[in-house]
Write a protein that binds this ligand. Sequence first.
Ligand code: SF4
Ligand code: SF4
Length: 111
Amino acid sequence: MTCVVTKACKGCKHTRCVGVCPTDAFYEGKDMLYINPNECIDCDACVNQCPEGAIFSEENLSSSLLEYIEINAVESQKEGAVNILNEKVKKNVVTAKRGFKRPAKKKVSFS
Ligand code: SF4
Ligand code: SF4
């Protein structure tokens, strides 16, 4: 079993789901996220974090959303799919480096 991201995710900027995933199973597509079924352990931690109600455990999907099982599997494993947590971590590291100011060296005088 796996969790699945559905169409309500399109255009979301929250990405609250990503931070709670213990297996980094979220991948970024053109306009929404997808869960890699081989990495998801179906822990349901992300389901309640999604303000759009876009994530469902596979067994709770309505029949109109069943196609998203395959869509998530295909899109998350497409060549070029970006692991979103890794990207966020990289961005944070870059931002932290930019904001870092090396303390001025103290002048030491020997008299
Ligand atoms: S799954 Fe939910 S919280 Fe995560 S990006 Fe999509 S809409 Fe936003
Ligand atoms: S159900 Fe758990 S493992 Fe699967 S995507 Fe959500 S948080 Fe990650």
